[in-house]
Ligand binder design. Sequence first.
Ligand SMILES: Nc1ncnc2c1ncn2[C@@H]1O[C@H](COP(=O)(O)OP(=O)(O)OP(=O)(O)O)[C@@H](O)[C@H]1O
Length: 308
Amino acid sequence: MSADPMSPAAPVLDARGVTVRFGTLAALSDVSLAVTPGERLALLGHNGAGKSTLFKSILGFVRPAAGRITVAGAAPGSDAARRAVSYLPEQVALPKTLTGREILAHFARLKGESQAIAAPLLERVGIARAADRRVGTYSKGMRQRLGLAQALIGRPRLLLLDEPTSGLDPVSRGDFYALLADVSAQGTAVLLSSHSLSEVETRTDRIAILSSGRLVVQGTLAELSRAAGLPISIRIEAGAAGLARLLDRLDGATPEAGRALITCRADEKLGLIARLAALGDLVADIDIAPPGLDDVYGHFSKLGGKAA
Ligand SMILES: Nc1ncnc2c1ncn2[C@@H]1O[C@H](COP(=O)(O)OP(=O)(O)OP(=O)(O)O)[C@@H](O)[C@H]1O
């Protein structure tokens, strides 16, 4: 029996076995993923992996050849699904001659909301001081904030963000994700596509990797790291006795930029740390680096390429 779509734990977005074809090309093949209320899922994949096609299917612009998608329990494109979902495209096209306040008031009207929501929304996205300036004078970051404010009108249950931070500077990116954390904390489910792996690493709850239309893997970074079985790197600074003596006593270690480098599996880490502690003064300091998302992404996109 399927879950009650109005229950808080039920996924807001539920895609099962979705296949989309353009002629002979399978842009998506048997893709299944779900996003629950308050969850942020990052969709990663090379150019042409199928990210936009998945968004278009969720919005009801493209009809899958196989599989099923529901948005808040409703079919994509239906009135109920449209009310539940908001989409922020990569390039936000906003009329340049209108002010931020006028644009939000216009979209509020279209969505049947009070125009008075413009002021608090502009405040929320941090551009209240530019509310009465023409959008043509906004920076890219300000336009993106206004785009997000527009997407937040009507308190969507699902927010689809296509490359929301492309072209933003690091500070604006940080601000954008802080805002997103706030939005998801209030229960909105977020699906965002990105090419910037390091950026989503700590700012989303789960990661899904698409490669050539297939969903290669999904999970938390820790789950993905474990599944990839990539090694942990430990870099060791030698004590007063020197690096040569340390390397002598440490099987499997190699010199790297004045330190000893040793790699191990996650389940070997504690044993290795105990071995290092037993070396006493030979060790001055250690630095433990788990695999990052870049390593994990590289690993799984290679796998996807082979599977495709
Ligand atoms: N309307 C269409 N007609 C034919 N092929 C299409 C159409 N839309 C997308 N495709 C193809 O489907 C595949 C997936 O494209 P999609 O735009 O979903 O990728 P993407 O992951 O969003 O890429 P990017 O990161 O470059 O935006 C590509 O091979 C693309 O050429």
